[in-house]
Ligand binder design. Structure first.
Ligand code: PLP
Length: 394
């Protein structure tokens, strides 16, 4: 068959998340859905907030003429201004609509940022564990992904990042709150990272962009806040979406925001808008742009997710698992009791528990639990996690 070699090769490296989800389908057919504890997918089980549905109804009942037409490739000026105003309130920065491009989710936003910044052969540094799609996104733009391990507490190892920077490094890609660890990078870590980058930029005579992927930034617990990268580093881009905070992953709405301190904001903005167009996204979904403009800052389910985190975290640590307590997103990333994380998650299948191995995130020896599932699923799974722990002598 005449598909590209790159795509053919990528297909053989099929995602662990998909693989385990498909295994779950089979188990559900055999045992019934209520007896399968599927923690594989990062797909919010909650409904979007009532305000979303109200706004949708309003637009359906009172359509705005032309609301389904093309608009500027950057998105509606009013939506961009609403995002800029929200970010401005949050950070104290002077953002305008010209610092924001509406995108097709965070995935679309990352590809727009990558196309705008990367030359073939450039390097993108990520911290392991990392969202597996990053490798494919880098490949889309003929860039090389350089993977750097994180510290044991899953904060960025800034010395390791410094050591990985070369004269071809163009982007350092970070993700906080993190998928799969749920860890939120501290302000001290981010300031240290900015320092390291500046030093290397001066040493090598290059410009490096810090791209911060933050679709989970609304989902934070214990009073934690996500420090603003736009304030910390002038060559930074914030990429995010409403896939998780408003539970709208299927609606594909997000944005890229650039730091007002950027020395060439116009050129960067024009590049992002052009990339949005020629990657074939053209513009972010029109209806969603209108709706999310009015829902900036709203989040659905923080208390619900926090309660689920506590249920799982307390139980797992109580039965002997080693887990860094996550303060955001809806994932836990415990250490596998045996070095072979794939063998471990296969053992969990016996108890109808479906997990994703750390190997799927470039971090063997761990496993991921996505707790965007019902409370009943979590409560039902706890005795089986206990049996699993006993099997491995915890
Ligand atoms: N980045 C991370 C870390 C994610 O976990 C996800 C989705 O799970 C995305 C990006 C993609 O988000 P979106 O659905 O907004 O494209």
């Amino acid at each position: 068959m005449s598909i590209s070699n790159t795509v053919r090769e990528s297909l053989t490296r099929s995602s662990w998340i998909r693989k385990m989800f498909e295994e779950g389908d089979q188990l559900r057919r055999i045992h019934g859905a209520e007896n399968v504890y599927d923690f594989t997918l990062g797909n919010p089980d909650l409904e979007p907030p009532a305000s979303f549905k109200e706004r949708l109804r309003e637009l359906a009942n009172h359509p705005v003429p032309g609301m389904h037409k093309y608009m500027s490739n950057a998105g509606y000026p009013e939506s961009r201004a609403a995002v800029a105003a929200y970010l401005g309130r949050k950070t104290g920065l002077d953002l305008t609509a010209n610092h924001v491009v509406m995108t097709v989710g965070a995935g679309g936003g990352l590809n727009v940022a990558f196309k705008t910044l990367l030359n073939p052969g450039d390097e993108v540094i990520v911290n392991a564990p990392y969202f597996v799609e990053y490798g494919f996104y880098a490949q889309n733009h003929q860039a090389k992904l350089t993977v750097v391990p994180s510290r044991p507490d899953f904060q960025i190892d800034t010395d390791a990042v410094a050591a990985a920077i070369t004269d071809r490094t163009k982007i350092i890609l970070i993700n906080s709150p993190n998928n799969p660890t749920g860890v939120v990078y501290t302000e001290a870590t981010l300031r240290k990272l900015a320092e390291v980058i500046k030093k290397k930029e001066a040493e090598l005579g290059i410009t490096i962009y810090l791209v911060s992927d933050e679709p989970y930034s609304g989902l934070v617990y214990d009073g934690v806040t996500v420090p603003s990268i736009l304030k910390i580093f002038e060559h930074s881009l914030l990429v995010t979406s409403h896939s998780k905070d408003l539970a709208l992953p299927g609606e594909r709405i997000g944005y890229v925001a650039l730091s007002p301190a950027n020395p060439e904001p116009g050129l960067l903005f024009d590049g992002l808008v052009f990339a949005n167009r020629v990657l074939g996204y053209v513009n972010a979904p029109a209806l969603m742009q209108r709706i999310v403009a009015e829902l900036q800052g709203e989040v659905v389910g923080v208390e619900v997710y926090q309660e689920r985190r506590d249920l799982l975290y307390n139980h797992l640590t109580g039965i002997g698992f080693d887990v860094v307590k996550p303060q955001g997103a809806f994932y836990l990333f415990p250490k596998s009791p045996i070095p072979d994380d794939v063998a471990f998650i296969q053992a969990a299948v016996k108890y109808n528990i479906l997990l994703v191995p750390g190997t799927g995130f470039g971090c063997p020896g761990y496993f991921r639990i996505a707790y965007c599932v019902s409370r009943e699923t979590i409560v039902g799974s706890l005795p089986y996690f206990t049996k699993l722990a006993e099997e491995f002598g915890l």
